[in-house]
Design a protein around this ligand. Structure first.
Ligand code: SF4
Length: 242
């Protein structure tokens, strides 16, 4: 697929200390148990979904609540079941359909441009990080989702929610831009690294961030991670000093 825009991405490595590695394994064990009982069901998590369907969901989920996306998603897919149908839509028609998501003016051309580009290139999304990230508006997060869901990779889905959980539990990230923080990437990858469970573990972090380690105020009192959480420890010290 032809490059539309070369995106910068950090190849800088961060090596986790043995303590952090052990802590990430502890976190993963608890996360897995928590997820079994508390996972959220969304239509885009169906394991029969195509790369097109997952990509559409991920673009919709940007800056929009999952419940709002879940309502519109089936309507959208019924009208545009694949890249070909979507590529033939008009911007106005698309804007009308995606209005409930918000940001419809920005999002409609994104859908359309990606669909046209994919149709021009044999109708399939590429399968490497470099090629995927070369497509405008498929950033590192969506690339990680596609590679993990469809190409057997074990990538961390790093967004503000994952970053918040890592910040609080393991300690603050090192850079402002979460896309280029090698520490954040190393911790998140350590949690989700798995031959068979990477996708589930990524969903688990997202659900945990949405339901327990929430923004702006986390629900520490019901959190299974609190025995080893830095944020919770600091909170306890603060309370005892008051
Ligand atoms: S104890 Fe609180 S801050 Fe720490 S991971 Fe749990 S919810 Fe988040």
């Amino acid at each position: 697929m032809k490059s539309k825009r070369r995106k910068k991405h950090s190849d800088q490595k961060y090596y986790l200390s043995p303590d952090l590695k052990e802590k990430s394994i502890w976190f993963r064990r608890r996360l897995r148990v928590w997820f079994k009982k508390n996972h959220r069901n969304f239509p885009w998590r169906d394991n029969k979904r195509t790369p097109y369907e997952v990509l559409i969901a991920e673009i919709m989920l940007r800056q929009t609540k999952a419940d709002t996306v879940a309502r519109l998603y089936p309507v959208f897919l019924a009208k545009y079941p694949d890249f070909l149908h979507l590529s033939k839509a008009s911007v106005e028609e698309l804007q009308e359909i995606i209005k409930p998501l918000g940001l419809w003016r920005q999002r409609a051309p994104i859908f359309l441009n990606i669909a046209k580009l994919v149709v021009e290139n044999n109708g399939e999304l590429p399968s490497t990080r470099e090629e995927l990230q070369d497509i405008n508006h498929i950033g590192q997060y969506i690339t990680s989702v596609i590679l993990t869901t469809f190409h057997g990779k074990s990538e961390a889905f790093i967004d503000v929610n994952t970053a918040r959980v890592v910040d609080r539990f393991f300690g603050p990230r090192k850079t402002v831009d979460i896309r280029y923080d090698p520490y954040l990437k190393a911790v998140a990858c350590s949690i989700v690294k798995s031959r068979h469970e990477s996708l589930l573990l990524n969903w688990a972090i997202l659900d945990f961030a949405a339901l327990v380690c929430k923004a702006p105020i986390p629900l520490c009192s019901i959190c299974p991670m609190k025995p080893r959480c830095l944020y919770f420890k600091e909170l306890q010290v603060k309370i005892s000093n008051e």
